[in-house]
Design a protein around this ligand. Structure first.
Ligand SMILES: [Zn+2]
Length: 106
């Protein structure tokens, strides 16, 4: 079962993300938020392919992708920990994007 996460920023960036893997795909897919190394293209990428993708993408569990503090909350899912607040926004390029869990998917 995967998570449905809303990635939302005050600048207007707003995307619904189907994170992880579904019943039919969880063995081969573990979809996680990522951004290209040039920090322009936001997408979900398969974390199982991390070794192949790490030259092209930075996943959002990378400490460079969020500014955590003592008040931070995290979404833990499989191999990934996502900060709820203060994530790097692909649109306004500030650390002000939230990941809000809104449900699960099969
Ligand atoms: Zn933004």
């Amino acid at each position: 079962m995967g998570l449905i996460i809303n990635a939302k920023c005050g600048c207007g960036f707003n995307e619904k993300l189907y994170v992880g893997g579904g019943m039919a795909t969880y063995r081969v897919k573990d979809m996680m938020p990522a951004i290209t190394i040039d920090e322009r293209e936001f997408s979900l990428q398969n974390y199982y392919n991390f070794e192949d993708l790490k030259k092209t993408f930075r996943f959002y569990n990378n400490p460079r992708m969020f500014h955590a503090n003592e008040n931070s909350y995290f979404i833990k899912y499989g191999q990934i920990t996502l900060s709820v607040n203060r994530n790097y926004c692909p649109k306004c390029h500030q650390y002000c994007m939230d990941f809000i869990k809104i449900g699960n998917w099969d």
